[in-house]
Design a protein around this ligand. Sequence first.
Ligand code: ADP
Length: 375
Amino acid sequence: MIVLVVNAGSSSLKYAVLDSTTGRRAVTGDIERIGEFDGGAVDHAQAFGQVLEVLADVGVQPEAVGHRVVHGGDRFSAPAVIDDDVVAAIAACVPLAPLHNPAALAGIAAARRAFPDVPQVAVFDTAFHADMPPAAHTYAIDREVARQNRFRRYGFHGTSHRYVSRRAADLLGRTVDTVDVVSLHLGNGASACAVQRGRSIDTSMGATPLEGLVMGTRSGDVDPAIPVILARDGWDAAEIDDLLNRRSGLLGLGGSNDMRRIHALAEDGDAAADLAREVFCRRVTKYLGAYLALLGGADAVVFTAGIGENDPWVRSRVCTGLERLGIVVDPDRNGAPDRGPRRIDDGSAPTAVMVIPTDEELAIATECAETLARA
Ligand code: ADP
């Protein structure tokens, strides 16, 4: 199926037209700085008009449109064929994702106007995690406060965790419902996921994408009393949000949100950068250990996204000393400049270690086609 994948961010619109079976792209593009003073498009509707011109120029006509939607709340545990009810349900999740869901809604509205006869599917970052057991998604805070605010662990990066855990099963020559995987999505945003026989049973991001691993600019887990202390000292909500979401993580510790730069600094003797990468890796190892325990051991550990796919130093550091947990990385395989899905373990240990490039556009196109085939 030829699918137009639309990924509408708060100030950007990424799109691709691709074949959901082969993954072959007819077009890809990225419209940035929407709504900015000197940007090329005033809003998502106008940006979508530019997409239509590109599609007309190359002469492609999508058979379906797949929309990436960040937040599906607890309503969506699978992609949904878009109708007015689904649009209303996505709108009801705006308070949970105030920057992202309005952009997705704008993209959906524009696409429905442009392609009234083409089926459209919403694919949610949260859906893969929506069936996590209550013990995984419940915060140990006052139940009534949690209920009123819809506080629970939703998890994100679900499309990626689902995709790479399936590829991991393929690489083992087994069906997805027979393998347990710890998936480590390490990009600018980062999260870990325990995948039991094809289902997410726990994940490191929570009510928002701030929880869990150390990220490019986000702190991940901190003592929840820290923002309380700052608030008592007079910091307001916007300042605390800015600190934890935009001035922390690798950037806050090591001066750059780019792991390549952190390595370069560390190798030049910069102690802060060296500490930043150690804190980053230690957090990943802690989650890996936690998820191996939850799964009672895993068939595979998968590294994916910008850092996971390209950084042998991080992969090696994360897995160092885990022999007794069944994980042994082969240094040559880990360091080889290969690109595709591959194993980097030494073949003797019980748990496979893999690098699997994620492809969220292909995953969205595939989920879109599967959903329409079922509908
Ligand atoms: P996003 O979450 O924005 O989709 P990506 O998955 O593209 O992010 O990951 C981006 C990050 O990957 C960059 O910030 C950079 O730190 C890291 N990265 C990219 N290439 C390399 C590399 N060769 N070595 C180490 N890190 C890399």
